[in-house]
Design a binder for this molecule. Sequence first.
Ligand SMILES: *Cc1c(COP(=O)(O)O)cnc(C)c1O
Length: 383
Amino acid sequence: MQSNPNPIQIPFNRLSLVGSEIEYLQSAIQSGHVSGDGSFTKRCHQLLESSLGSAKALLTTSCTHALDMSALLLEIEPGDEVIVPDFTFVSTVNAFVLRGARPVFIDVRPDTLNLDERLLEGLITPRTRAILPVHYAGVGCEMDSILEIAGRHNVPVVEDNAHGLFGKYRGRYLGTFGCMATQSFHETKNFSCGEGGALLINDLKYVERAEIIREKGTDRSRFFRGQVDKYSWVDIGSSYLPSDMLAGFLLAQLEKRELIQTRRQAIWETYRDALDYWAAAIGATLPMVPAYCEQSYHMFYLLMPDLDSRQRFIAHLRERQILSVFHYLPLHLSVMGQKFGGQPGDCPVTEDVSDRLVRLPFFYSLAENEQNQVIEAVLSFEG
Ligand SMILES: *Cc1c(COP(=O)(O)O)cnc(C)c1O
């Protein structure tokens, strides 16, 4: 095999061990309880509930599966409509399409890249069954307006908070605004166990059924609490609970949340301070964070002047052995989106930013000298 003459030196993301991950993994194995809902899972639930103030947290095998659960809990049926940002990961919409819903794509704001709440009311119809704000980059959507409009039309709000754990909007934690919210612990997120997620439930009326759906449609959770003397099939459901080994790994990361977030904040601010002047000079823009949003420091992105400069910028960094990436092709123009009638021009802001966005290497263990190398490489790009 030929070796790559120009290997990546600074990856886009790197798994970081920050605390007791290996110890907890070992302890889960030694305890003999490696299936779901063991002691580490319970500790993750308690930590999420007490730190966020969410009524109920349930670990899941992924954010995708937490979204699937939310669609089941809302009893989404064929013909229902759900409003999802055009600029998001496919899972936000797939969960609802799986139930037969028709996605209605809402364009995003050009400043925060969050769904544009000014367009929301015009997209609501008598068939609208859910609104799915995604807190892009962990910067809160305009939740006051969104909740006001949703409330007036009696439409449930589910937050896809995959980016936003421990971020806040007007002093309140993201993930606690909707009737439900979903989290991701995929390896690219701030806190990870490889593959994992959580469903946060803020409206207590969904808790009992969520436990059943997560346990293959059985009342197994009630059985383990001694509330019923045998467990049986009582509803539809699937297997959405992760192994306690993964929960142990995750707990170790969640316990170090202050350390992780403080470090991510420092990396983010270093990028901003170092690149501010350069960006203005070449016509690029840095992320916008409203004063009333405490972001979760999930990513550092740039909006380049156009597609051509974005592609040349990625190649420029790659020549310097640095991997930068772009993401989120407009959902309405994807193969599936077009099946739902998506046409060029439907969501002009998404179409524009999707061409221009680039994400820099950003992870907990990004060393100071590595970040300096990235910054130097960026500053040597002259547009
Ligand atoms: C990562 C991500 C998901 C999916 O998370 P998984 O845990 O990989 O299923 C969903 N929505 C958004 C916005 C994401 O960034």
